[in-house]
Design a protein. Sequence first.
Length: 125
Amino acid sequence: MNKTEIGRIGEEAVCRYLEERGYTVSARNYRIKGGEIDIIAENGDCIVFVEVKSRKPDSLVTGFEAVNKRKRGLIIKTASDYCVKHPTLLQPRFDIAQVIISGENVVSIDYIENAYDTTGYNFYF
């Protein structure tokens, strides 16, 4: 199984995870030049931008560690673009989901709400 297939399985699992918890998935794989957001969902008074990192059980770097400062900046830039094109009164929130996959099976989903914010970045919502 290649990285794209592993990523797709992880994103599907996180969409189900969110929907089971009352979220409404608004968009998937939203792209602009230089950035992508895996899942955009709404929950209560928040628009949630979710970065999904799928990993095999023996990965050296966790999915959470992979969302470094540069990656966060790209996600924030892309989220800002999305909000300009899809105006909303909802509060933006940035979450990270780590999915552990063995073969084609999802072993676990670890989810951090409000994993980071826009502090230190020059984007406003």
